[in-house]
Design a protein around this ligand. Sequence first.
Ligand code: GDD
Ligand code: MG
Length: 359
Amino acid sequence: MEAILLVGGRGTRLRPLTINTPKPMLPVAGVPFTAHQLAQAHDAGVDRVILGTSYRAEVFEQYFGAGERLGLDLVYRTEDEPLGTGGGIRHAAQALRSGPEDPVLVFNGDVLSGLDIPALLQAHEDTDADVSLYLTRVADPRAFGLVPTSDDGAVIEFREKPTTPEEIVTDQINAGCYVFKRRVIDEIPTGRPVSVERETFPGLLERGRRLTGFVDDGYWLDLGTPLSFVQGSADLVLGEVRSSAVPGPPGERLLLADARVADSAVVGGGTVVGARSTVGADAVLNASVIMDGVEIGPGATITGSVIATGAVIGAGATLTGCVVAEGARVGVDNELIDGARVWPEVSIPDHAIRFSSDR
Ligand code: GDD
Ligand code: MG
């Protein structure tokens, strides 16, 4: 069984974390996010994966190599200029070995889910579909691809990122995993950008091809924003969603190699403390991602935040819903809240920023 994993996006919404690291390689529950997706594919019987890369392509191969550690045969297909989701699938497909009628799995590289992959493959076979799409239901579908289906599961329409209220015809969205008949991928044009959501799927429907929607209401999260990124990591650590790639049993926290946490510190809510990082006395860490070699001072309080490699957080600092990039320093007693992003190597002096509710 072969799969294509799309990991060529720029991850703009996760800047500055994605300046040097492509989004799918950011650490989630202790390992690059892509490791969870590859493990999930492997566990479902996939043995060969083509990674469709573009932005910062080399980072993937440096980490995963030919896939031996994962028990997978990994192949890299790099687009010089990003070809979009459809173009990326088509470009990656040149490395496939599957026959024309064989099912090929395709994954977006930023979706964390509890999808029952074998059940999706079974639905694909049962309905003899050209393409089968994993769908989920969300409260606010505006940021996604809307996919209404008829009672028998046939896809009626594909509406990517609707802009007007009238366009919101369903709460069912494209959950970012498909099964294609290989010959259908070969119909995607080459040599130019193609959006699978805006061009390929609507085009197939127009030509009367059979698209099946497979609704799975289990765990689903798009890790596109810092908030969802920390949420996904915490949920994996807590065991709310399972991945065989998490380097430890489910629990309140995950401490990586040589992490040092003071006895009086409280670390919970699915927080990861990265390799060689230190957490000072009485610090309180909740639902956060602390990457490697980070120093957190005594009495600091960090909630729902990402602290990247080599950053230093001063004593008594309070960070809520923040991103602190590589090598940055937040001085003592600063208070940073919702959405604050500290750029790499920036240094915030001690006692420099306080939040006031008195606006
Ligand atoms: N190889 C390659 N080349 N990959 C790409 C390219 C490209 O040019 N552009 C995007 N990708 C990859 C991204 O890395 C990501 O893994 C995936 O394709 C989807 O791109 P996003 O940029 O994350 O799209 P989105 O989240 O706005 O929307 C997509 O995902 C939603 C579900 O999470 C769409 O497929 C929506 O329809 C869907 O609902
Ligand atoms: Mg996305």
